[in-house]
Design a protein around this ligand. Structure first.
Ligand code: ZN
Length: 132
């Protein structure tokens, strides 16, 4: 397992891309809208891991709901796993609350699933697996 990316919720993704291009002194490597989630994403490669900026594409997007409640900032930490189905089954048996019983399509050609922050000391954890 390694950290695949850190997800950051932002109000204005175009502005945030410019900011992170300055911070990281590198260009955004990928922009992608995930229609099913009403989320616009922008990725920056930072060594082995990435930064994922997340902006809502509609007022009822989970990202906009999140920002209304908690403001902009770190939204989730994503760990890459080899077998997401097996990891979900393992974590469920350990008593973790799965927000997704089975993996769904995410950005960046990944299958993704989330664990509820309540058992993770307040951190929304994403598991992801590259699609073969
Ligand atoms: Zn993510």
């Amino acid at each position: 397992m390694h950290i695949d990316h850190i997800g950051i919720a932002v109000k204005n993704i175009d502005e945030a891309v410019k900011t992170y291009e300055k911070i990281l002194n590198t260009k955004c490597t990928k922009r992608e809208v995930v229609e099913s989630e009403k989320v616009d994403t922008a990725f920056f490669q930072t060594g082995e891991s990435k930064v994922e900026l997340l902006g809502g594409t509609a007022p009822d997007s989970v990202i906009n709901t999140y920002i209304e409640k908690r403001g902009e900032g770190i939204h989730h930490v994503a760990f890459e796993v080899d077998d997401i189905e097996a990891e979900l089954a393992r974590l469920k048996s350990e008593g973790f609350t799965l927000l997704n019983e089975s993996p769904k399509d995410g950005a960046d050609n990944k299958l993704v699933a989330f664990l509820h922050p309540k058992e993770n000391h307040g951190v929304l954890v994403e598991l992801c697996q590259s699609k073969k």
